[in-house]
Design a protein around this ligand. Structure first.
Ligand SMILES: Nc1nc2c(ncn2[C@@H]2O[C@H](COP(=O)(O)OP(=O)(O)OP(=O)(O)O)[C@@H](O)[C@H]2O)c(=O)[nH]1
Ligand SMILES: [Mg+2]
Length: 348
């Protein structure tokens, strides 16, 4: 049964036509009276909706549609069932394997999963630890030590603290480049690396004031460049460790990356960035020129497992982590760092 609506000039005439065409027993579903505004004149009209039997061709089409819908639903159910079964078989296997493990490894397993680390990564880390130290893993301190070392070995690091070598911070707009430049400069200053910041923005002097104030407060030198030539000259002039903070504008970032071949390029991503966004950014930059990654805003993440999953997936060296508004909220990662932030949380 379908509902069809017809328009007539007036109700009485409409009802006569309906009865004539569809018979006296036609079921009237709705009658609407309305005004049509034509070319400067108003005309009354009405819409009459009636129930009509489906025509045979339409019925076949509807039936086919229904069959298709039901088949799709069966396929989806089957796929869901198989996935659930596989996951549960795998979980049973993991539970069985875990039974043989010392208690501290079982506890670490739960904590890593709770932190959001991929369960396959978690299990393979634990099995590596167990294979290497066996019953020594009964000692929870040793189990944790080896676990951190195993995870640390899987994550390459990038050294940003080498004296003299300039570092260039690139990354999506608002990812934390300027803030990280300040934190890095602060840290390098404390380690007597004589840092200075060079900001590059050919369009607007967006960060100029912020960095000028920072420079005044810390006595860390700051310069501004509005063209690639000026930037290149300022990078080459004088000594010390140069940190180059550039605009979030991707076209200019690409130009700087192409023109400053000799500097170490680090991509800044907030810790919550989706994998696709990171892949997209790395695909549009000359990613071969990128030496390492910086992750910011760790303090805004509930759990850090997903960050470790992304880092393991990307397989690119990590240079710096930041997590907070304070100048000291910066961490130069070492082998222990990732295990520590997963198990112990925010410890910087
Ligand atoms: N919570 C938190 N906020 C941060 C962190 N790092 C940066 N931010 C904030 O993120 C915002 C953007 O930081 P910026 O350093 O200006 O980002 P940017 O990449 O230089 O931005 P553009 O130059 O506009 O591309 C600011 O509000 C920062 O305070 C961090 O580690 N934790
Ligand atoms: Mg900035």
């Amino acid at each position: 049964m379908k509902v069809k609506t017809y328009t007539f000039d007036d109700i009485r005439r409409g009802m006569d036509v309906i009865k004539e065409q569809f018979g006296p027993d036609t079921i009237i579903m709705d009658i609407k009276q309305n005004n049509h505004n034509g070319n400067g004149w108003t005309k009354k009209g009405c819409e009459i909706s009636i129930a009509v039997e489906n025509d045979p061709a339409a019925t076949v089409e509807t039936d086919l549609g229904e069959i298709r819908k039901k088949t799709e639903a069966i396929w989806s159910d089957a796929a869901r069932y198989l996935t659930e079964r596989l996951v549960s078989i795998e979980t049973d296997m993991l539970v069985d394997r875990l039974k043989a493990y010392p208690m501290p490894l079982k506890i670490l397993h739960d904590r890593l999963l709770k932190a959001g680390l991929d369960r396959h990564v978690t299990m393979s880390l634990l099995s590596e630890v167990f294979a290497e130290i066996g019953s020594i893993a009964e000692n929870s301190t040793k189990a944790l030590f080896f676990l951190k070392a195993k995870l640390g070995k899987r994550i390459p690091l990038c050294n940003v603290m080498a004296a003299e070598e300039p570092v260039l911070l690139i990354g999506p707009a608002g990812s934390g480049k300027t803030e990280t430049a300040k934190k890095l400069a602060w840290l390098m200053n404390a380690r007597d690396l004589h840092p200075s910041i060079i900001a590059f923005d050919p369009v607007r002097r967006g960060t100029y004031e912020e960095l000028r104030v920072f420079s005044e407060q810390t006595a860390i030198p700051f310069q501004f460049a509005a063209s690639i030539e000026e930037l290149r000259r300022k990078v080459q002039e004088g000594g010390g460790k140069k940190i180059i903070d550039i605009t979030g504008h991707l076209t200019y970032q690409g130009e700087v990356v192409d023109n400053l071949r000799e500097v170490k390029k680090l991509v800044v991503f907030p810790a919550g960035t989706r994998d696709e966004t990171m892949d997209h950014y790395l695909s549009i930059m000359d990613s071969a020129a990128v030496s390492g990654l910086i992750f910011t805003k760790l303090d805004e993440e509930e759990r850090l497992g997903h960050l470790c999953n992304s880092i393991l997936r990307l397989s690119r060296p990590v240079a710096v982590l930041t997590g907070g508004a304070g100048m000291g909220d910066i961490l130069i990662p070492d082998q222990d760092t990732f295990g520590r932030i997963l198990i112990e949380g925010k410890t910087w």
